[in-house]
Write a protein of this length. Structure first.
Length: 239
């Protein structure tokens, strides 16, 4: 693995022909969630059986949090007190109409990253699958909807429908895009219902959603990884 500054973001690269992201194979870009360190999802590259030469890129969120343990980072700030209050009261949050204050800036950074990526590494967007976990999933969904790159696939691990007034009109423009989505039925951070809303909105707009639910919480279980593995082997080869 190596670390580089690509398109304004610190990125960890692995896989490829040299174990450090080299070569010109397919690319998988995964973004970590709120409060996680930049290398949180890197171990996934070592357990996935993807096409030979596949390169893995793990961008690190630009915001550093003072959470009292390790290097916690975020793509935009969230109201943790509100989340804790909702959980304590047993309220299920519906994020579909929310427009987080920091989303536009996070989107701008992600769009710059995607635009400048070909200047740094050999890349064909049609051989790129992009996605993430939790907040990282929602940001990549937002970014994909704001671009017309011919992506191989979009990966949504425990994401939610967000900013529907913005996302809704953009979704039909992505008709035909392959999407992998997984969500735990007992997720207390981002509701299962919110995941279903995202699935239904994408499908209604013509995107091909490969949906996987599992009995569990806010996590990426082995069953989801197994299904994701099949998805990646399909879209990265056919693209």
């Amino acid at each position: 693995m190596r670390e580089e500054l690509l398109g304004g973001l610190k990125v960890r690269l692995t896989g490829g022909t040299d174990g450090h992201g080299g070569g010109n194979g397919p690319v998988v870009i995964l973004l970590h969630g709120f409060g996680a360190p930049g290398d949180d999802l890197v171990p996934l590259a070592g357990v996935m059986d993807v096409p030979a030469g596949t390169r893995w890129l793990f961008p690190e969120a630009p915001l550093s949090l003072n959470m009292g343990f390790g290097d916690s980072r975020a793509w935009w700030m969230i109201d943790m007190a509100r989340i804790q209050a909702d959980r304590a009261a047993g309220r299920v949050r519906d994020l579909s109409q929310e427009l987080p204050k920091g989303l536009a800036l996070a989107r701008e950074k992600m769009l710059v990253f995607l635009k400048e990526l070909p200047r740094h590494i050999p890349i064909e967007y049609k051989r790129v699958a992009i996605g993430g976990f939790s907040q990282g999933a929602m940001l990549t969904c937002d970014a994909a909807l704001h671009t017309d790159y011919p992506l191989a696939g979009l990966i949504q691990l425990s994401g939610n429908l967000l900013a529907q007034p913005v996302w809704g009109p953009l979704m039909p423009k992505r008709k035909g895009l392959w999407v992998f989505q997984s969500h735990g039925t007992q997720d207390e951070i981002l509701s299962y219902a919110g995941g279903e809303r995202l699935r239904d909105a994408l499908r209604k707009s013509g995107l091909a959603v490969d949906w996987h639910s599992f009995r569990g919480g806010h996590e990426i279980p082995q069953s989801a990884l197994k299904a994701l593995n099949v998805f990646l082997k399909t879209v990265l080869v056919t693209s």
